[in-house]
Ligand binder design. Sequence first.
Ligand code: ADP
Ligand code: ADP
Ligand code: ZN
Ligand code: ZN
Length: 740
Amino acid sequence: MAAIVPSVDGMTELRVVGAREHNLRDVTVALPKHAFTVVTGVSGSGKSSLVFDTIAAESQRQLNETFTTFVRNRLPRYGQPDVDAIENLSAAIVVDQKRLGGGPRSTVGTVTDIYSLMRLLWSRAGRPFAGYSNAFSFNDPQGMCPRCTGLGTARTIVVDELIDRSRSLNEGAIRFPTFQPGGWMWRTFADSGLFDLDKPLAEYTPAEWDAFLHGAPDAPSAKYEGLLPRFERIWLPKDADSLKGRTREAFERVVTQETCPKCHGARLSPEALASKVAGRSIAECAAMEAEDLLAFVRTLTEPEPVVAGLATQLRRLVSIGLGYLTMDRPTSTLSGGESQRVKMVRHLGSSLTDMLYVFDEPSVGLHPDDVTQLVALLKSLRDKGNTVLVVEHDPDVIAAADHVVDLGPGAGQDGGQVVYQGGVAGLADTPTGRYLRHRPRIKENPRPAERFLEIRGATRHNLRGVDVDIPLGLLTVVTGVAGSGKSTLVHGFVPDAVSVDQSPIRGSRRSSPATFTGMLDGIRQRFAAANGVSASLFSANSDGACPRCNGLGVIYTDLAFLDPMVTTCEECQGRRFVEDVLRHTYRGHTISEVLDLSARDARSVFPDEPMLDRLVDVGLGYLSLGQPLNTLSGGERQRLKLAVELSRPGRTYVFDEPTTGLHPSDVAGLVELFDRLVAAGSTVVVIEHNLDVIARADWVVDLGPGAGRHGGRVLFQGPPAELARQPGSKTGRHLARLSG
Ligand code: ADP
Ligand code: ADP
Ligand code: ZN
Ligand code: ZN
C-alpha cells in the first residue's frame, strides 16, 4: 500500500455516494486519495459510467461553475451527473485515447513541448545565429518554409487526371464535376471565344494550349483565367473531408500531396535550416527517433537549463515506450494508445499536485514488457501527490494497484454494482479474482499450418525486406513491442483483408446497432405487417419521426472546439416518433420501446432474428438496439463490426488489438469467435499483446527486437508453445508465465 498522505483537513478518501448514471445501481465507493486505484469489471459493467461520466464529469462541471458567466456561456454545460454526493473531489485531468487533433501542424514535438525546447536550443546555440526561437517555428511566418507554409507537403494538380486530352470541351474534356459542359464554370471557357468547343484538346495549337491551362492576358473576356490558376484558387485550398460524393472522388484523384519541393519536407525557411547545433539542423534532429535524439542531446552542455529540460522530457518519452517516435511525426498518425501516452508525457512534466488523474486503459498497445514501465510512471504521478484512477483490465496493472474497485457482476442491467473494493490480495470470487487465479493455458495442439500467405521483401517504415509466412485458414497473432512494426506489416502487406478495426462509423449519430446490422428493416416490416400500415412509417426519415429531433430522441448542440452537448428531445421526450406511430405495437411493444431494448432482451420479441444472437456472441448483448453509435467505445465499435462479419465466411480478417476494452473473462469469448471464423474457412490475423490471445493462437509472428529502427525484424514464427520455449524472446518469456 502506498503511503497515504492526509490532506490538510485530514480527509484521505474520495467518496462517491449513490451514483446512478446509466446502469449504475446506487453505487457508493471510497477511493483512497494520493493512491493508485484500478477500476475493473467486465465490459459494459459501468466502469466508464462511474469514472468518466460521474467522477470526472462532476469535477469538470464544478470547475466550470467557478468561471464568470461570460466564460461559462462558452463552455459545454455538463449536466449534473445522477449521484447523491461526491466528497473530497479534486480537479480531474482525463488522459484518454482520443486521437490528438490539431491537423498537420501538430506533431509529437509540438504537443509534448519538446519542439519548443529545441527551438530555444537552436536560437541560443545555433550557428550561424538565426534570431529568436520563432525563427525555428514552422507555425510562425518568420520560420515557415514560404512554399508550403510550414506543412512540409505541397498540393499539386495532376493535370492528366484533371483533363482528358482525347475529348473536346463539348465532350467534357475537363474531368471535374463543376466543370461539366453547360455548367457555370465550363461557360467561362466556352464564352471566352478562345477555343473551338468541338476540337479535342490534343489538337490544340501551342498557343491555345497555353491559354487553356494558364490563361490569356489579352482575351476578349477579362474574366477568363485559365484552368490551372482557376482550379488552384478555388479548389486547391479545400479540405477533402468537407467535400462529398463525386466531387470528393474527383478531388482526391486530381489533387495529390507531395513532399514540398523547396524544404523537402523540413517545413522550415532556408535560414532556419542553415543554423546548426553540433553540426545538425533542427529539422534533422526532429526527424531522429526520441531515443537517438536523447543520445545527441546528452553530448551537449550549453545552455545548461535548456539541455537539461530537453533531456528530461525525452527521457519520459523513452521510458513510456515511445522512444521510437520522431518529433516531426504528425500526431494524426498516432494510434489511440500512442496518443494517450504522448498526453501522459505532457502531464508528467507538470508540477501541479493534488490533481485527480484519470486514465482509460493506458496499457493499450503496450507489450507486457513495457507495462512495468507504465506502472512505474503511474506511481510517479501518485508520488507527486496526485490521486490516480485507472480503468484497466491488464492483470499486471491490476496487480500493482493500491486499491481495486471491481464492478459487475455482469454487463448493462446485469452490472452496475460494486462487487469488490479493497486491496488486490482480497479479490476473491469475482470474475476478476477468478481470472487472476486461473489464467488460460497455452494451446498445445494448434491446427496444423499447411498453406501460407507468403509475404516477401516487405519494406516500409521500419520494415526492411522482411519475409513472413501467414498460414491460410488459421488464427495468427502478430506480437512485438510497440513500434516494432506490427501495424505496418499487417495493414500494409496482408492483401485483400477485411480490417475489423476501431475506427469511427460514418454517420454514427444517426446509426445504431439496429441500423448498422440491417436488423431495423426486418423490424419495420414486422411492425407494418402487424398493424396493416406502411413500413416506412417506422423510419427516422419519414413523417412518422419526431419533427424536432428527426427521430434521434436527442438534440445535439455543436460547440466549436468541444464535444457536442446532447440533451433529450423535449417534444417526444426521447421517444423519437410522433404519437400516431407510437400507437402501433408489435407483441406489446412500441417501436420506441423496441429501440430501447437490449439485444439480449430483444431476442424474446424477435426470436428468429439471428443478428441478435451474434450481438450477444460478441459480448454486446447489453447494447440497446437504438443506442447511437457515436456513444460506443472503440472496442465496442470493433465488436459490432465483427458481429456483422460473422455471417460472411471464407475471408481474410485483420484485427488490431481487439481486446481493447474487454475484461479478461470476455477475452475467452472473443477467442471463441476467432475460432468460429476459422472453422468457417477464414484466415484471421490479430495484432495483440494480450497473453491470453497469444496463448490460444495457432501461429505467432513475433517482431522486434526493439521499436522503430531497432525493430522491424521477424524474431519468431511458429506455434505459441514453441515461442514460450525460446529463451531469448521477450514475448516468449511472458508467455511462459502461462504454462506454469
Ligand atoms: P464499461 O466502461 O464498464 O464498459 P459503461 O459505463 O460504458 O461500461 O456502460 C455501462 C452501461 O451503460 C452499458 O449498458 C452501456 O451500454 C450504457 N451506456 C454507456 N454510455 C451510455 C450512453 N451515453 N447512453 C446510454 N447508455 C449508455
Ligand atoms: P507497432 O504496430 O508494432 O506498434 P508500427 O507499425 O505502428 O508499430 O510502427 C513501426 C515503425 O513505423 C515505428 O518506427 C513507427 O514510428 C513508424 N511508423 C508507423 N506509422 C507511421 C506513419 N504513419 N508515418 C511515419 N512513420 C510511421
Ligand atoms: Zn516547404
Ligand atoms: Zn424528438
